[in-house]
Write a protein that binds this ligand. Structure first.
Ligand code: ZN
Length: 303
């Protein structure tokens, strides 16, 4: 059996965790195995489909950006605004902001609408179609992987929202981010937590986002990674994982042949998706005071 090496501890103490496939976008019929490092408590996919990016990120992957805003999007935007206002309040003077995986830069637009102190904005994203719109909105754009992004700029605020789990070596990415951070700089990260109820009950858990999530963390392994990248965890909170519930349940119903999710109509576009997402957003918010839900919000700063 091929034994993956852990990017964090460098060892091969992995045990089999689960097998999944793309239940969300149906870009492939291949099965992928997930292994857990016994030292670090992190999951990694095997094999890593590093040469299949154009297949596993289909052209409709970003389509939610072009569609009309739903009520869920509006609530999300309101919550993002509250979070950004909070973080921006901790930063002084004129600000440079980097959004990794930021697409057309719509979150940077939200941020600019909150304060005129944001003077320079940079997007790093794989999506070539988003570049034109991002530049029209006044953002600098690097089309490529964060690992390949070179800059002379230093940033006061870096967004890595649902990004760090998409890369092969999250430690190297965090080390790179640390090197472009100003002394007051903050990094806001959102990433799944697989030490959660929904992750345990579904064999094909939506949070695996198979095969696009290559590394998944728990609080413990995320803290260890940040520490090793010379970053300090300023705060770590849990938030609702409604989309993971919705994808997991649609995947389960699909297996029972009760719904039809396919490449033309991915899970996110199924009519049941917003219903399930709404229900489970409520469920997660209710249990949040007592349980670790399946998404983490983390704020980091230089040590
Ligand atoms: Zn490890």
């Amino acid at each position: 059996m091929h034994q993956p090496v852990c990017f964090l501890c460098g060892k091969t103490d992995f045990v089999y965790h689960s097998t999944s496939t793309d239940i969300e976008y149906h870009t492939t019929k291949d099965n992928y195995d997930f292994y857990e490092c016994q030292n670090c408590k992190l999951l990694r996919i095997d094999p890593i489909p590093v040469d299949k990016l154009s297949i596993i990120y289909p052209s409709n992957y970003y389509s939610f950006l072009k569609n009309k805003k739903t009520i869920v999007d509006s609530i999300k935007e309101w919550m993002d605004k509250r979070l950004f206002t909070n973080v921006l309040g901790k930063l002084k003077g004129d600000l440079k902001v980097l959004d990794v995986g930021g697409g057309s830069g719509w979150l940077l637009n939200v941020m600019k609408s909150l304060t005129d102190r944001v003077k320079f904005t940079q997007v790093v994203d794989l999506d070539a179609d988003a570049e034109k719109l991002a530049r029209e909105n006044g953002h600098e754009y690097f089309c490529g992987k964060i690992e390949d992004f070179k800059t002379n700029q230093k940033f006061d605020f870096v967004l890595l929202l649902n990004l760090i789990e998409h890369v092969e070596n999250p430690l190297a990415v965090l080390q790179g981010i640390e090197s472009v951070l100003t002394d007051q700089g903050l990094v806001l990260i959102k990433t799944p937590n697989y030490d959660s109820f929904d992750a345990r009950i579904f064999n094909s858990w939506g949070g695996l986002h198979c095969p696009r999530h290559w590394v998944l963390f728990t609080e413990q392994s995320f803290r260890k990674t940040a520490e090793k990248a010379n970053l300090r965890v300023e705060s770590l909170t849990y938030t609702q994982g409604a989309p993971f519930w919705a994808v997991s349940i649609l995947g389960w119903l699909q297996k029972k042949k009760l719904v039809n999710v396919n490449a033309q109509r991915p899970a996110i576009q199924h009519p049941l998706f917003p219903v399930l997402a709404g229900l489970f957003a409520g469920f997660d918010l209710l249990r949040k005071p007592f349980a670790k839900t399946s998404q983490m919000f983390i704020i980091l700063r230089k040590k």
